[in-house]
Design a protein around this ligand. Structure first.
Ligand code: ADP
Length: 397
């Protein structure tokens, strides 16, 4: 391997870490990708897939926490290559707070600001910081770049950002930030590549995975988005409630003595599809069970109904709709869910072609339909690599 020609990407979730190695160039080229899953559980596993051959290696590992994952990753990486070949490590960082709307080279000041922001998203930021620090300690000279999920939404109009609470909180950073920005940037770049001017029209991007959100996009910029100050807002998700009546907090505190921590845990980890179905957070499981279990059927119905409502809301906010994009594990792979979300939206110009939808084709709307409905496979890792490379190239220039 020639020197300084690779970017390593790290994408830490609450119980997983995805990573990938890219050869840098005009378009980064994936060399391998992998995942550490079930961090903190007895059956953690590490998988690595070689991009050229498609071969996947899987091994059982012990990974008590994210810091342990960093150690494991570094050790496995050193078996394959020298750290001297890496230009930079690009990290997905969920929250950039009020200050960061562009990818940042990690320097002590950035680390300090991210530590300060930890209470904004205690579920993700501390583990992301832990990984950045572990890489920094092991390879002090290796540049690291933080790529923020909030950055895509930097241009949202003020009316979409403002929260209807006492004004003074805004000065403390309480506002709608929005998330899934790396995925949205990738989807919009892809839309520009395959659909040309469509990317500058009125677009709704629906990232429906375990975390689910939508972004209304106009003129290539975020116009509104369903997630808010934290990723817990908006659509119901695998285990998150999405939007809730704020009165529920006081009600549960008064009737069950529920604490803030218990409420946080309930709305983030025990609600959404899991909460309603009482059995699974996974759409595939629920679809398989819905004939025999009304709770599974209701969980899916609730998810699709809320997604439909947001499509209507964003079509209104955008003053009409030209393109709808489905992405994420559910959006890319579930014709049933897409069909149920779009059912009855012909009045908005959304008309699915059922054969194309069943085949997960790139365009799933009828040729005559006014709105182009697309399925695009998202790729947050390549977006991290592109952003990290941009920062490094600018620093070299
Ligand atoms: P994450 O947000 O953790 O990256 P994904 O984007 O992989 O998650 O999405 C996971 C969700 O996608 C799960 O609910 C899973 O059931 C769903 N999913 C994946 N494949 C299918 C499929 N073929 N049909 C229905 N749902 C699917």
């Amino acid at each position: 391997m020639s020197s300084k020609s690779f970017i390593l990407t790290i994408n830490a979730g609450s119980s997983s870490v995805k990573f990938a190695l890219f050869r840098v160039g005009q378009t980064p080229e994936r060399v391998f990708s992998g995942k550490i899953e079930r961090i903190g559980l007895p059956d953690s596993a590490l998988t690595v897939t070689d991009a050229a051959s498609g071969r996947t290696e899987r091994e059982q590992i012990t990974a008590a926490d994210h810091a342990a994952c960093a150690g494991l990753l570094i050790e496995r990486l050193e078996r394959k290559m020298s750290a001297a070949d890496i230009v930079a490590v690009g990290h997905r960082v969920v929250h950039g707070g009020p200050r960061y709307s562009e990818p940042q080279r990690v320097i002590p000041e950035v680390l300090a600001e991210l530590s300060r922001l930890s209470p904004y998203d205690p579920e993700h930021l501390p583990s992301e910081l832990g990984l950045i620090e572990a890489f920094g300690q092991k390879f002090p000279g290796l540049p690291q770049v933080a790529c923020f999920d909030t950055a895509f939404h930097r241009d949202m109009p003020r009316v979409a950002r403002l929260l209807p609470i006492p004004r003074r909180y805004e000065a403390e950073g309480l506002r709608r930030y929005g998330f899934h920005g790396l995925s949205y940037e990738f989807l919009l770049d892809e839309l520009r590549r395959i659909g040309g001017a469509a990317a500058d029209g009125r677009v709704i991007l629906a990232h429906l995975g375990n975390g689910a959100s939508m972004a209304a996009v106009r003129g290539g910029k975020s116009f509104d988005t369903t997630m808010g100050f934290t990723p817990a807002a908006g659509l119901p998700m695998s285990t998150r409630s999405g939007d809730l009546d704020p009165g529920i907090v006081a009600y549960l505190a008064n009737t069950e003595n529920m604490t803030v921590e218990q409420f946080h845990e309930m709305v983030n980890s025990r609600s959404g599809l899991l909460g309603v179905s009482e059995t699974s957070s996974d759409v595939r499981d629920l679809l398989a069970r819905e004939q025999n279990d009304p709770r599974a059927a209701e969980a899916i119905a609730l998810f699709c109904y809320q997604a439909k409502k947001w499509l209507g809301a964003y079509a209104a906010a955008l003053g009409g709709l030209d393109t709808l994009v489905f992405a994420g594990g559910i959006g890319e792979n579930s014709p049933e869910v897409r069909a149920r979300i779009c059912e009855g939206l012909e009045f908005l110009g959304i008309e699915l072609d059922s054969a194309r939808n069943s085949a997960n084709e790139a365009i799933i709307s009828k040729a005559s339909g006014p709105v182009a409905v697309r399925v695009i496979r998202t790729d947050e890792e390549i977006q991290i690599a592109k952003s990290a490379w941009k920062v490094m190239a600018a620093a070299i220039a």
